[in-house]
Write a protein that binds this ligand. Structure first.
Ligand code: NIG
Ligand code: FE
Length: 418
């Protein structure tokens, strides 16, 4: 029998997220949360070594004085959330734009007037790496406290070679010093910076010929993303940038069809991106093409809520047609100022008619696949990382139902109680 470092036992509901379907979950498998009642999970060296009913698990392991035992009677245990789309490195906040939108301006109007992403670029360029790290850490702490154990994090507020590299180095350092695992994404094509306003072709060349090769050479990002949108990067420009990235070994993501049906979802399918994100204005053809190409739809209802808009992505239709769907916060100072995954689950239930079970699948195993880590995280299965969250609820459905508060009891990251 194996000695274990940690045992969580007697959990009212232990959601394993185990399923017969391999890969991202679709159709009715998106309801499959793999509940074990009176469940237990044992951990050794940061990994899950056994899972099952408490009495079964107790028969398989050795408890010694090095074993920490947590009793989770009347509580729920879930894998840590994987927040697969965030922009957590920034300087300065944009509450003035928040108020402008309340008074009737749109996100695009504010951007065209020099606010929006451009204002965050201005603020970020004045900050050192050390300052940016200090600014980001409280956000990561808050994410962890709300049950998130892995995030994807994008650059995209630098928009010059030095400032994009600076952001990616900040992300690398944050990953080293903070318990949250961070998957880095290069987003040099988030906007055309002010100094290239009248020479966008040159900015695209800077991205494809300088930034992408340098980020690839220094292995500072796994993914390359783009804001493919009217007034930002059009389809042809997006194809050009993403193709260059693909040729340098990046996996692809797109901010697609957020404010208009530009065809970003179809481009994601054409380029076999790992995910297309937002998708408020996706059309039927886009959904079908993504499904056929195996592209995951990452939905960001926090951005709709944060912008006060009523067009949420058609999640119900996507799931019913077999597209795998994931959820994320889109945490950023412009459109979605929240670190909380639970509120995203609530919005997904209420505004997109996803069931509580579907939101759990979408924010754990499917979002793990959306960062290409479906084999390591996102479910409570033997061999996976012991990234576990204990919730102060008796039924997991309370997590989206009881919204706007923090119901997390304890977070365990890599087998360590935080
Ligand atoms: O995902 N849509 C583009 N990018 C972000 C917003 C970034 C910002 O406004 O700073 C988003 O919503
Ligand atoms: Fe985003």
């Amino acid at each position: 029998m194996k000695s274990v470092s940690l045992l969580i036992q007697n959990a009212g509901q232990l959601l394993t997220l185990r399923s017969d379907q391999k890969g991202p979950r679709t159709y009715e498998h998106m309801e499959d949360v793999g509940i074990i009642e009176n469940g237990a999970v044992a951990v050794s060296e940061g990994k899950i070594v056994t899972v099952g009913k408490t009495e079964e698990v107790l028969g398989r392991i050795k408890i010694d004085k090095g074993t920490k035992v947590i009793d989770s009677k009347d509580k729920v245990v879930l894998p840590g959330f994987v927040d697969c789309h965030t922009h957590p490195v920034f300087a300065g906040t944009r509450e003035e734009e928040f108020e402008m939108r309340i008074k009737g301006k749109t996100y695009q109007e504010i951007a065209e007037a020099g606010g929006g992403i451009k204002s965050s670029v201005k603020a970020l360029r004045t900050k050192s790496k050390e300052e940016l790290i200090k600014l980001a850490l409280p956000h990561l702490d808050r994410m962890l406290s709300y049950g998130t154990t892995t995030i994807e994090a994008k650059s995209g507020y630098g928009l010059s070679l030095e400032d994009e590299i600076k952001m990616l180095e900040v992300i690398e350092e944050l990953n080293r010093i903070h318990p949250i695992d961070i998957v880095p994404t290069f987003l040099g094509a988030h906007e055309v910076p002010e100094e290239y306003k009248d020479k966008r072709k040159e900015y695209i060349e800077l991205i494809t010929q300088k930034m992408i090769p340098e980020v690839a050479k220094r292995k500072l990002a796994i993914f390359c993303d783009i804001f493919c949108e009217k007034g930002v990067f059009n389809i042809d420009e997006s194809r050009k940038i993403l193709t260059a990235a693909k040729n340098h070994g990046f996996k692809l993501k797109l901010h697609a069809d957020q404010f208009s049906a530009l065809g970003g979802a179809k481009l994601a399918a054409e380029l076999e991106a790992i995910s297309a994100d937002h998708l408020e204005f996706i059309d039927d053809e886009g959904t079908q093409m993504m499904k056929e190409a195996g592209v995951i739809g990452v939905l960001l209802p926090g951005a709709c809520f944060g912008l006060g808009i009523t067009e949420y992505p058609p999640a119900r239709k996507m799931i019913d047609e077999g597209l795998p769907v994931a959820l994320a916060t889109d945490f950023n100072p412009g459109s979605s100022m929240t670190e909380s995954m639970p509120i995203i689950l609530s919005l997904a239930c209420l505004m997109m008619k996803m069931t509580p079970a579907e939101t759990v699948v979408a924010s754990t195993i499917n979002s793990a696949h959306a960062v290409d880590k479906g084999k390591e995280i996102g479910s409570i299965e033997v061999g996976k990382k012991a990234d576990l969250v204990i919730w102060n609820v008796q039924n997991y459905k309370e997590i989206p139902y009881h919204y706007g508060v923090n119901l997390v009891d304890q977070v365990i990251k890599d087998g360590k109680i935080l």
